[in-house]
Design a protein around this ligand. Sequence first.
Ligand SMILES: C[S@@+](CC[C@H](N)C(=O)[O-])C[C@H]1O[C@@H](n2cnc3c(N)ncnc32)[C@H](O)[C@@H]1O
Length: 216
Amino acid sequence: MGVFCYEGVLLRVISIYLTKKIMKGYPPEYWDAFYETGRLGWDIGYVSTPLKEYFDQLTDKSIKILVPGAGNGWEVEYLYGEGFENVFILDFSPKAVERFKKRFSSFPQDNILEEDFFDHNEKYDLIVEQTFFSSLPRNLRPLYVDKMHRLLKPEGKLVGLLFNHEFSFDEPPFGGTPEEYRRLFEPLFKFKYFDVAYNSIKPRMSRELFVLMLKK
Ligand SMILES: C[S@@+](CC[C@H](N)C(=O)[O-])C[C@H]1O[C@@H](n2cnc3c(N)ncnc32)[C@H](O)[C@@H]1O
């Protein structure tokens, strides 16, 4: 009986651990390896033009902004430099966070969130998407949409760039299609803008959608 209970508990612990792993996607160590070796194919090294141009026309600099899965945090650096002091960087990779802190030592420590996006609980006026969605396994997409919705204040906005095609890789980035985005986001978000970005950087021209969604 004792052995039976012990085995039962052990199996349960293992199954919770595996479920968490599968549901949370690639773990921080997976991403750490890229930041350690500098193999950052997704990282353009500066704020992307469509996002920069969107940020540049915002007038209220007091809004609370989250950039999840921010990696090196180029958008965060840009926003903060432009006077958006209420901007938060979130990434669960210790190596990514370390790189950001090293590069941008004057950025407020309290605005650096080294945690899992799915465990984060706060409210924001604006959340920025930049190659985070496509880094998550496909089975997490509905959870991502739900989490974004929960993290936004009433009338909060989700803005960003999403690939306009699926990739056939068996590792990130996975991409996505306009049809799928509509199916996933439309129940919880009102689409204000959803079109191929006209001002993408050259290598991503015609390959990404600029999206601006309002929380329903
Ligand atoms: C493809 S990279 C994109 C980084 C950055 N947005 C960019 O465009 O350069 C994906 C990032 O998301 C982070 N990430 C993946 N899953 C996460 C999660 N569940 N919580 C927080 N960060 C996560 C990874 O550590 C990685 O830095």
